[in-house]
Design a protein around this ligand. Structure first.
Ligand code: C2E
Ligand code: CA
Ligand code: CA
Length: 626
């Protein structure tokens, strides 16, 4: 039933109410029930007994659920026009069936949700695979494809995602970097290998690699039962050539010799530059002495033609020694050492000679070889085993000591070695050059100390020909001289050096004189008789050889020679020093002769710098300057 208020156009109070009603009978309800597909019942409110809470729910929400004995009934109330409950519509079902329907519904919802999630997951994975995994797998495959020893491959991934191409670029630039590094490492290894196995100047094998190769060859020869001949070759007077021509031409000569060696022995044998001007050649299957001699001649023939060095033609010869496997040694080191000893023997006998090793070759030669090797090590290690000793030169006129001679000493753990034993080796091997550089510097340093202690000294250094004509010589002297305070340097040269190349020597002397360096002729009277060079070269001083002192007392001849030398020097205005003066007789004789300076054990033995300083202090205190 519905009610509507009735009004007129004046807008005042309602004129009445229109009430409309409709009867719903059972038949109609049945039709409605059928249409809705649900069985519902229409009753009055009073027909159902409600509890208080159910009534309250009905009043507020117009709905109530009553569960009774497994049956659930849902009520809806409809109000009449006065707001009172007019009728109830109810739907009834068993609560179990409801529960089952609920469960069914939830199950269906869960299944649907699971299906949905699964589908979404597949979709996402597929998407992920497409965007990330596939390119990553591709990347990994490409990376695996790049051999880790060769990184010159590059990664390509056909994927347009920005991240992927960034990653690819990053990997590629990393690969570039690694490739560069590897290249550098390869180059470094190569140059390390080269410098360890090849001689930088000539490109021939060096000592290390020649020794290794010979060791290998000897092993094979042992199995094969055949022999190996080891030749050691040393250029005659090479140091001299080198120092006179200068290092650059000397190096060129080395290269030319290496080239000839390669042309003759290339391909078939071991051939190497051992160091300096020393070469090694090893030849297998030389059955008898004649074969070995013939092979040695092939080596010497390398020098048959002169060498054209720029505008100079140079004649060069070599000394060769050989040692035979198995007769003269069973391993590479012994064979090389014995061939070297034989070479020394050849050198001792002249130039351009060949000698085969024999067991009874002099022990002295063995010592020579050892000394040369030790010298090389000492110099290589910074000359710490060398010492400069100083021996005073007394001025007869003033009675004071303001000059000395520096004499080298070699202090090895097994004892002190004197210059007579190692200077010849040093000259022969060229080691005299770096050794003298050390001596010059050391005299510069000590000269400075003498000056600082108020006793400036003129220090004489012994200079052999190779050093005198060396291109660095005058500069090195000047450098040492500049650092000496009031002290200064002097050089002692033996006569034979002066005559080597008198024009070149003259030029060097001129430079030295300009720098305030005096020049003495050492061991005077033992060598050449020509005296014309004394004036020509503006010699400042001569030192009468000590061999004449020994005979002064006993021999009238020696006395005459000394008298003549002193007189000649005086007439040329040259200072005379007598060296090797050991006793009072000699001293008095020389004083009587008007000899200018005395050097010898009679005054003092050569001593170390500190001892020298003490000695001079004391000496000069007793002989004050006028
Ligand atoms: P030298 O230049 O004739 O030097 C003089 C030698 O005679 C020194 O021998 C010295 O110790 C020794 N001596 C000095 N007074 C007497 C004496 O009264 N009686 C005797 N019997 N001997 C005396 P040392 O120091 O053994 O040197 C020997 C040679 O070695 C030197 O002869 C010199 O030629 C050479 N030498 C020494 N030091 C050097 C150096 O630094 N460089 C070069 N290139 N040669 C040097
Ligand atoms: Ca000397
Ligand atoms: Ca001397």
């Amino acid at each position: 039933m519905s009610a509507y208020p009735i009004t007129d156009t004046s807008g005042g109070n309602a004129a009445g109410t229109l009430i409309l009603g409709r009867v719903i009978d059972d038949e109609e309800i049945e039709v409605m029930t059928e249409g809705a597909g649900v069985n519902f019942t229409v009753t009055g409110i009073d027909r159902v007994p409600f509890s208080t809470s159910e009534l309250e729910s009905l009043n507020t929400s117009k709905r109530a659920l009553v569960i009774d004995g497994g049956v659930a009934t849902a009520y809806s109330s409809f109000d009449d026009i006065f707001g009172d409950t007019a009728l109830m519509v109810s739907v009834q079902d068993s609560s179990r069936a409801l529960y089952m329907r609920g469960v069914l519904l939830i199950t269906v919802i869960i299944i649907l949700a699971a299906l949905g999630c699964g589908l979404a997951l597949i979709l996402v994975l597929n998407l992920l695979g497409k965007i990330i995994l596939r390119p990553l797998t591709g990347l990994v495959t490409e990376l695996e494809g790049i051999n880790h020893e060769r990184v010159d491959g590059r990664v390509t991934v056909n994927e347009s995602s920005l991240e992927m191409s960034n990653l690819t670029n990053a990997i590629n630039s990393m690969l570039n970097h690694i490739e560069d590094e590897q290249e550098q490492i390869r180059k470094k290894n190569e140059s390390l290998y080269k410098s360890a196995h090849f001689d930088a100047l000539t490109g021939l094998s060096n000592r290390t690699s020649a020794t290794e190769d010979l060791e290998e060859t000897v092993k094979i020869a042992q199995t094969g039962g055949y022999n190996v001949t080891v030749y050691y070759m040393d250029i005659d007077r090479f140091k001299f050539i080198n120092d006179i021509l200068g290092h650059r031409l000397g190096n060129e000569l080395m290269q030319m010799i290496a080239e000839r060696l390669q042309n003759t022995f290339g391909g078939e044998s071991i051939y190497a530059r051992m160091h300096g001007d020393e070469f090694l050649v090893c030849v297998e299957h030389l059955e008898d002495k004649a074969d070995r001699q013939e092979c040695a001649s092939r080596i010497m023939d390398l020098f048959a033609a002169p060498f054209q060095l720029r505008d100079r033609k140079i004649e060069v010869s070599a000394s060769v020694g050989s040692a035979l496997y198995p007769g003269d040694g069973l391993d590479a080191d012994t064979l090389i050492k014995n061939a070297e000893i034989a070479m020394y023997q050849a050198k001792e006998s002249g130039t351009g000679l060949y000698i085969a090793y024999k067991k009874d070759l002099h022990d002295a030669l063995q010592r020579k070889v050892r000394i040369e090797n030790q010298l090389r090590t000492s110099i290589h290690n910074g000359c710490r085993e060398f010492l400069a000793y100083f021996q005073p030169k007394l001025s007869v006129e003033t009675g004071r000591i303001e000059q000395c001679e520096a004499l080298i000493r070699w202090n090895l753990p097994e004892g002190m070695i004197f210059p007579d034993e190692f200077i010849p080796q040093a000259e022969e091997s060229g080691l005299i050059v770096p050794m003298t550089w050390w001596m010059i510097d050391e005299c510069g340093r000590q000269g400075r100390r003498f000056s600082d202690r108020g006793m400036p000294m003129s220090i004489a250094i012994n200079i052999p020909a190779q050093v005198l004509l060396h291109e660095e010589f005058t500069e090195r002297i000047a450098a040492a001289q500049a650092a000496m305070g009031g002290s200064n340097l002097e050089i002692e040269i033996v006569e034979r050096t002066l005559l080597d190349d008198i024009d070149m020597v003259g030029a060097v002397f001129k430079t030295l004189h300009e720098g305030g360096v005096e020049i003495s002729v050492d061991d005077f009277g033992t060598g050449y008789s020509s005296l014309s060079y004394l004036n020509k070269l503006s010699i400042d001083r001569i030192k009468i050889d000590r061999s004449f002192m020994r005979g002064l007392e006993a021999s009238e001849d020696d006395r005459s020679i000394v008298r003549a030398i002193v007189a000649m020097a005086k007439s040329l205005g040259i200072i005379v020093t007598a060296e090797g003066v050991e006793d009072q007789f000699q001293y008095n004789f020389l004083r009587g002769m008007d000899c200018d300076e005395i050097q010898g054990y009679y005054i003092s033995r050569p001593v170390e710098a500190d001892q020298y300083i003490n000695f001079i202090n004391e000496w000069n205190e007793h002989n004050p300057q006028d």
